[in-house]
Design a protein around this ligand. Structure first.
Ligand SMILES: [Mg+2]
Length: 337
């Protein structure tokens, strides 16, 4: 927060994109370890430095890059323009030899269906709210767009693979959080602003972006379909508020706000890490990486949030050349205003 008054927007974009990759890289080796195993290996703070040159990321960053490039290439931000670009980027990712980073089953299954040329509403895994759509959405929040366009883009990119309404709503909230930070909001303001968004959007089904997805889910009405997703996100934000109102005991945040394998928990637990360690950005990543849950996704989202708030000054300078895909991250950062 101490940087927020002077951090230029372009540095916030870079800070968020690189922060996502940094958190992902720190959480990569700890994703399937218990907290005790992580502390045995890294000490009580968890991992605080990148390892390897390049320091490898996971599918989280790979898919976020896919989203970012699709947005970069889009002539306009409409569903007609963006959907084919997202589809192509996801299929390229799915078929890449570098897609060997413990990718999520939902993404693999949906991409197999997308590759058959089906409408995305038929290809999507209709009942999945895994965090795979959420961990890749933050580039949407870095665009200079209005909140309705942000909502449509965030939900569309989610829906291509994850058709559950909570996956859609959590992706929008995650992108909206980054968008607010990019515009200068403070990290501490996010829980309240996101809860307001839940209340405002609860009955808003974006049929121009989502088409007949609600029918395929078997919902009685579009409003009923989407409200179920916002309600689950609202409950997760309620647990976040409760966790933040208590003293930080320093334990595994997954015990407070969820393990993060599902979308709304990944958002809440990443926000917990970001807010608790706003004055120590690397500490926010380490806190996310030192969890029994989905460590890479939690740390990645925490990095995207803190980086959007504080810019590249949040991160050790040398990491910018050590991280995998540094060239793409830099190109996408330079691309923005
Ligand atoms: Mg991953």
């Amino acid at each position: 927060m101490i940087f927020s008054m002077t951090t230029a927007v372009s540095h916030r974009v870079a800070g968020s994109l690189f922060g996502l990759a940094y958190g992902d890289a720190l959480g990569k080796p700890t994703e399937f370890l218990s907290v005790a195993e992580i502390e045995n290996r890294y000490g009580p703070t968890g991992p605080r430095d990148l390892v390897g040159d390049p320091a490898l990321v996971t599918d989280d960053t790979q898919m976020a890059l896919a989203v970012a490039w699709a947005l970069h290439d889009a002539p306009e931000f409409t569903p007609e323009a963006v959907q084919p670009l997202l589809r192509q980027r996801f299929l390229t990712w799915a078929g890449s030899p570098d897609n060997n980073r413990a990718p999520g089953m939902t993404c693999l299954r949906a991409c197999a269906e997308l590759s058959r040329g089906l409408p995305w509403q038929q290809a999507t895994v209709i009942d999945s709210k895994g965090c795979g759509a959420n961990m890749r959405v933050t580039p949407v929040g870095l665009l200079a767009i209005d909140p309705d366009t942000l909502a449509g883009l965030a939900q569309l990119q989610a829906g291509l693979t994850h058709g559950h309404p909570t996956g859609l709503a959590a992706s929008e909230l995650t992108a909206y959080a980054v968008w607010l930070l990019r515009a200068g909001a403070a990290l501490a303001e996010l829980p309240g602003l996101l809860t307001d968004r839940v209340d405002e959007q609860r009955k808003v089904y974006r049929d121009d972006w989502l088409g007949d997805l609600w029918r395929r889910a078997g919902a009685a009405t579009p409003q009923e379909f989407i409200a179920a997703g916002w309600d689950e996100c609202g409950a997760a934000l309620g647990r976040l508020d409760a966790a933040l109102s208590a003293p930080d005991e320093g334990g595994d945040p997954c015990r407070l706000t969820g393990a993060g394998w599902i979308a709304e928990e990944a958002l809440a637990t990443a926000l917990y890490c970001a807010l608790r360690h706003a004055e120590d950005p690397v500490g926010a990543l380490a806190r996310g990486a030192r969890t029994a849950g989905d460590s890479d996704s939690i740390a990645a989202l925490a990095g995207a949030f803190v980086g959007a708030a504080q810019g590249m000054a949040a991160w050790p300078t040398r990491w910018a050349e050590q991280i995998e895909y540094a060239d793409q991250l830099a190109a996408l950062s330079a691309d923005r205003d």
